[in-house]
Design a binder for this molecule. Structure first.
Ligand code: 5GP
Length: 251
């Protein structure tokens, strides 16, 4: 069998050339990193859980007309996605203060924000993904004004969708990060949600107890990351009941 071509290897995923033009295979690794890869570990089963959870969220978004790169899941760790040009921004939506915003502005973690706040960071590992303004984005040509209008609208639609879905299972969506891709259709370009949506890129707190069910469990050494992610998957009905605490690891 011919070896497939690796296109890119990141901290949590590997991208391979897909079987048809315009497609990519996205492989979810078990590697966990935090603080710009200063803290690293391998967490058995994390990739399997994130593959399933990202499939679940992206499928739901596609169904309500929010375009994503997701085409279909291929196996435990891989999904087929649409190839796209990644806009070099991390788009963060916050409903409650936490993490870097709490630190930057001195607002206690968990404080409800007056309305969802959208922030943009320039995607550059060497610089630690610095926060930027729309002035930087326009001046350096990372996205046009039309792109920014579309990105804001996509980000807020994802926020409404995910917040409602989480609320229904007793989880507060504190904040999340998404990435945006450009696809070209004839003379037109369209923006779609790319990368992944998973507990690696969201802050998820149990509404009753405040327990953290996201990557902060790893960042702050709060216990088992796979137990936390499995709990999210179980509540959403993503994992079959018999498979709840430990996903079967095939590859
Ligand atoms: P903060 O800016 O507070 O560190 O992060 C805000 C939100 O965006 C959190 O849900 C966090 O998980 C997510 N986020 C920010 N930067 C990254 C990143 O580089 N990778 C991932 N997976 N998530 C990020």
């Amino acid at each position: 069998m011919a070896r497939r071509k690796k296109i890119y290897e990141g901290k949590a995923k590997i991208l391979y050339e897909g079987p048809e033009p315009g497609t990519i295979v996205q492989y979810f690794k078990d590697d966990a990193t935090a603080f710009n890869a200063e803290k690293k570990d391998v967490i058995d089963g994390k990739g399997v859980l994130n593959n399933r959870l990202s499939e679940f969220f992206m499928t739901g978004l596609n169904q309500i007309g929010v375009p994503t790169h997701f085409i279909r899941r291929l196996n435990m760790r891989e999904q087929l996605v649409r190839s796209c040009e990644i806009v070099p921004l991390e788009v963060i939506v916050r409903n409650y203060a936490a993490g870097s915003m709490s630190k930057r502005l001195g607002i206690a973690e968990g404080t409800q924000l007056p309305r969802p706040i959208v922030e943009y960071c320039y995607k550059d590992d060497a610089l630690g993904d610095p926060l930027v303004t729309e002035e930087h984005i326009a001046a350096f040509g990372w996205a046009s004004q039309q792109d920014m209008d579309d990105i804001l609208s996509l980000a807020l639609r994802v926020n409404d969708f995910l917040s409602g879905m989480m609320l229904a299972v007793g989880i507060r969506l504190v904040d999340f990060k998404i990435e945006i891709g450009r696809v070209y259709e004839g003379d037109f370009q369209r923006l779609i949600i790319a990368d992944e949506i998973s507990p690696d890129s969201c802050r998820l707190w149990d509404i009753e107890s405040g327990q953290k069910l996201d990557k902060d469990v790893f960042r702050r050494d709060l216990g088992s990351l796979t137990d936390a992610y499995s709990e999210v998957a179980r509540r959403l009905g993503v994992l079959p009941k018999s498979n709840v605490t430990k996903p079967t690891l095939i590859n």
